[in-house]
Design a protein around this ligand. Structure first.
Ligand SMILES: Nc1ncnc2c1ncn2[C@@H]1O[C@H](COP(=O)(O)OP(=O)(O)OP(=O)(O)O)[C@@H](O)[C@H]1O
Ligand SMILES: [Mg+2]
Length: 452
């Protein structure tokens, strides 16, 4: 028999996740956020009856919905369009998040300039930087245009006023954490403020079919600052990633109501602004000198297959505790690959200091890189170069078997497109036979092999 659940009288609600509780607590029982539980209107349990009102627009059969109402428009930046699923949908709310200084404002200024050049007026509401600062950046990156309107505002109502006056076809708000509404308590950046600002902008976007791009800060752990609900409210969440040491930047979609989320846009940050990198194939390769200790793998960045060179260097260990220094690859995976090499392929590495690195600062985290790491280390230990035109793709099991990888066909076709003739993969079955297959491809003069 079904039991009726009693009506709750929760009087406190978490501003982050919406969890409710009857008593005030310092930490949310659901999302574990500190200080996010605030008093909410008491739910009395009385069921209010809603009276029907005449709909403004009648519900229509799905087959009669005209999709031509929502054509996509290019943002003018091809790599950004790729992430968005082909362009900006009118009325779309897009959240772009990223670490401080990664280049969010620079990218959006470029998008704004491209839109202005295409004759679509843009309003760029800068709540973080003065008009002069934005103008200086625009001069540096070549983004000056008469159809690009700037407003340095932190008040939401004033930004709405600017929208009425300027009548833009694209709105950029930089950033949601620095704009505040006088209708809500708290300073800018407070969860209730962020929610109010974002939901108002999104409502305006939907009412006017005005696409809006909102910049969002990230917290120390890399998640978007502010209430989690922010990510639910918007249509698209894009993350801007980059390494401080390199100029390479990736934009990926974490959520996209209008397209796939596995596309990645690739950019290069230079003093002149942000440049698209439509074909990043050569970025992560060495100079092809074919020294011992290198091996190329085909990695996946989103849906894109990219060749990445793994480099390894081994030296006889000077202490009883050999060093394992890695850069761009996972230290635990390298340790596992070294153990498999020693135990299953009889390549002695336990008396060697091992250094493993990727070229170009790219991070190679997927297990599909295991085989390339193994072949680079084996090549470094034996002093035999891996032959040119060979790539290795495969995950290694502890038993030394080569396992299948995701999107293998796509990696193979990218390897072929780039002129790699041989793909060492699961067909070799084990890491030991893979090393044998490579050696057969390229008989090496062992007189040059250094003696360890
Ligand atoms: N004069 C300059 N010459 C070359 N590069 C510059 C110059 N000024 C800024 N940059 C580059 O632009 C980056 C800052 O870009 P931008 O301001 O777009 O980042 P952001 O993500 O918007 O940062 P914030 O979170 O502070 O708003 C700097 O880290 C730097 O690499
Ligand atoms: Mg900025």
């Amino acid at each position: 028999m079904a039991t009726r659940r009693p009506a709750t009288t929760s009087a406190f609600r978490c501003t982050e996740c919406g969890w409710t509780t009857a008593k005030w607590v310092g930490r949310c029982g659901e999302c574990q956020q500190w200080g996010s539980v605030v008093e909410a209107a008491t739910v009395t349990g009385i069921v209010h009856s809603v009276t029907a009102s005449a709909p403004v627009r009648a519900a229509r059969p799905i087959t009669q919905i005209d999709t031509s109402e929502t054509p996509r428009r290019t943002s003018g930046v091809g790599e950004f369009d790729r992430v968005l699923g082909g362009g900006i949908v009118p009325g779309a709310a897009i959240l772009l998040s990223g670490e401080p200084g990664v280049g969010k404002s620079t990218l959006l200024l470029e998008v704004a300039a491209q839109s202005a050049r295409a004759g679509r007026r843009v309003l760029y509401a800068s709540a973080e930087e003065s008009l002069g600062q934005v103008r200086l950046r625009a001069e540096r990156t070549g983004a000056l245009h008469d159809e690009l309107y700037l407003a340095a505002e932190t008040d939401l109502a004033t930004i709405l006023g600017h929208i009425d006056e300027v009548r833009p076809e694209l709105l950029i708000v930089d950033s949601v954490q620095t704009v505040s509404s006088s209708l809500t308590d708290g300073v800018a950046g407070h969860p209730s403020q962020v929610r109010e600002v974002a939901s108002t902008l999104i409502r305006v976007a939907k009412e006017r079919d005005l696409p809006v791009i909102i910049v969002g800060h990230v917290t120390k752990d890399g998640s978007i600052a502010g209430p989690r609900i922010l990510e639910h409210l918007v249509d698209v969440v894009c993350q801007f990633e980059g390494d401080r040491q390199t100029s390479l930047r990736f934009v990926r979609a974490l959520k996209n109501r209008f397209g796939a989320t596995d596309e990645v846009g690739c950019f290069d940050m230079t003093g002149d602004g942000i440049a698209e990198v439509p074909d990043p194939s050569a970025l992560f390769l060495g100079h092809g000198s074919n020294e011992p200790g290198t091996c190329v793998t085909i990695a996946l960045e989103g849906r894109r297959a990219l060749p990445v060179e793994v480099q390894a260097l081994t030296l006889p260990a000077t202490s009883g505790n050999p060093r394992r220094i890695v850069s761009g690859v996972d230290a635990a995976r390298v340790a596992m690959v070294l153990a498999v090499l020693e135990k299953r392929a009889r390549i002695k590495v336990s008396d060697q200091d091992v250094y493993v690195s990727t070229v170009g600062g790219v991070r190679l985290v997927e297990p599909a890189a295991d085989l390339a790491i193994a072949m680079a280390v084996a090549s470094a230990v034996t002093g035999r170069s891996n032959p040119a035109g060979v790539v290795a793709v495969g995950e290694l099991s502890l038993a030394g078997e080569i396992r299948a990888v995701t999107q293998h066909d796509q990696r193979r076709s990218e390897a072929a497109r780039l002129g790699y003739r041989t793909v060492i993969d699961r067909a070799s079955k084990t890491v030991q036979s893979a090393l044998g297959d490579v050696a057969r491809l390229h008989p090496v003069d062992t007189r040059d092999v250094p003696d360890f």
